[in-house]
Design a protein around this ligand. Structure first.
Ligand code: CA
Ligand code: CA
Length: 79
């Protein structure tokens, strides 16, 4: 169990460098949906989400999350 957990953590670190959106990505699929954003900050509207979703694919990539955090549109990582 511990080995599996460590492997999962290592995989996340290797595939998603320089973004700490664990608080946002509730299901751990590497992308952040509107539902996941609103679970953290219910004040974020669909319009606000669209503004952060710069490539308009309906989910926030690590880069989009980082940009939104830099712009103050999302809460910064807590770790
Ligand atoms: Ca997700
Ligand atoms: Ca996107």
């Amino acid at each position: 169990m511990k080995t599996i957990l460590m492997s999962a953590v290592a995989a996340v670190v290797l595939t998603a460098p320089a973004w700490a959106q664990a608080d946002l990505d509730a299901n751990g699929d590497g992308m952040v949906t509107l539902d996941e954003v609103q679970a953290v900050n219910a004040d974020i509207t669909a319009e606000g989400f669209s503004a952060m979703d710069t490539d308009a694919d309906g989910v926030l990539s690590p880069e989009e999350v980082s940009a939104a955090q830099d712009a103050g549109q999302l809460p910064a990582a807590t770790e």
